[in-house]
Design a protein around this ligand. Sequence first.
Ligand code: FAE
Length: 528
Amino acid sequence: MPPASPQPRRLTRRRFLQGAAATAAAGYAASTGLGGLIQGARDEEWPAIIIGSGYGGGVSALRLAQRGVRTLMLEMGRYWNPATQPFRPMTNPGKSSVWRRNWNIMPIGVNLPVPFSAGVLGREDFPGMKVYVGRGVGGGSLVNGGMAVVPRRDHLQQILPGAVDLDDLYGRWFPLARAELGVHDIDPSFFATTPWYQFARLGIDQARKAGFGTAMVPNVYDFDYMRQEAAGSVPASALAGEVILGNNHGKKSIDKTYLARALATGRLTIRTRHQVKRISQGRDGTYVLQVDLLDGIGDPIGSARFRTKRLFINAGSLGTTRLLLRARETGTLPDLPAAIGETWGNNGNIMTARAWVGRTGPKQSTIPVAGIDNWADRDHPFFAEIAPLPAGVDLMTGLYLAIVNNPARARIAWNAAKDDIAIQWRDSYDDFPVRTAEYMVNRLNDANGGTFNRLLFPSGTGHDFTYHPLGGCLLGQATDDAGRVQGYPGLYVMDGALINGNVGVNPFLTITALAERNMARVIAEDFR
Ligand code: FAE
């Protein structure tokens, strides 16, 4: 059994039942954070603490727990239990959908009003760049499309430090990450015949006609489950418009893989609605965390303090960089490296759409499984996901999320007046991705017919947002080549902040494989 969480003194019966239902359904005894809500001045010491429960957090938790280290995980979002509060489909957002906004925040389409709540999809807005993130136990894995892509080796060679042995990464850590995450390929016969992937089959045909290479893309969605959805024998998720605002079934998110296994060891405790605000260090080297306890809409309603000698910051590219920059710039960890905040990128994300492409079908699975691979073209290097547009009617529109090999990088700066990070993403940073996306669409239209869909993207492309924030605490620069933060023994980063701005494909498989590699070193050398 996991170590007992401190019990709240005044837990109401309703709250208890909600919490108990959630934890029982998940098969683990994670505290819901309600204890902290009431207790306020909690102060605890743990052998290891992890901030954030996405891919970096999940790997760190499992490997620490397996090593026998009693570990506390702090997550600002909530634990999502579809049995008590189901996620909503993209076209019908609700209370579970959005982190602290009055409107839905999808990058395309009509955005409907939503109740202000601590929902699962968050967005951080900066001049020229909106960054989408997942909030809750599982982080981005709750909202993402599940595409699990091994990046090109020649590209990783350019962006990772030379000390990372690529034979080792590709021979050992990518296969391990794929196995732990439950990555699978769609059955070709299902793909070839189901109406739910007509849009993707059309996308592949048209790409080939235009002379582009195409690729099938593995995913963590359970395709056997999807077959049953198609047959009507189980509740539908991917075939019911669910993704981005969460999937109730089918997707193997981190709470169902890494975190479930870590919790099963009995050595991991997860506290939700715990937002780490500040990190300092005592004279004996202990890290001290000041934490806000959040209510159901994400407002702070109390605080707590946690101490540890081993702190793993895995709050995602922006979250991790924010905590480290705040610590450096406010002088609580003054010797953090100057490299923190540098070399942030949007993974070259750009969205575009073609109108009048032919019949894409009224039925569209939300889980993408195919892409256009033009990475080898030096003038127009991109990988474009053939994305679904599950509107329930045939819009005859081809939607693409392209990842362009864009060399532009921004700096995450510290805005002392706002006590927050700032990113200045200049329009010129998108010149190359825009040209590349236009090249792709023009070539597809020339070969197949169709026009730019200016209803979805008036300028032809959506280039002011990203699903794939990367960088801010680079491996081998702000950390050593295993994720140990320079100058601060016992302080580690294992998430997307380690990666230099652009991996050329959807990033979570790379984040997971690198975290596995780094954690193996850290466990062997620092946890003897
Ligand atoms: P992440 O998963 O973001 O986890 C960080 C966690 O830390 C979150 O749960 C936060 O709530 C939590 N947190 C942040 N600050 C604090 C704090 N101060 N205190 C406590 N907790 C905190 O980080 N990638 C793919 O490879 N394939 C896809 O198909 C794909 N589709 C995507 C679709 C969408 C809509 C989005 C938003 C992303 C998508 N991604 C996809 C990106 C992928 O989900 C992302 O790269 C990873 O989730 C990043 O993993 P990290 O561990 O870095």
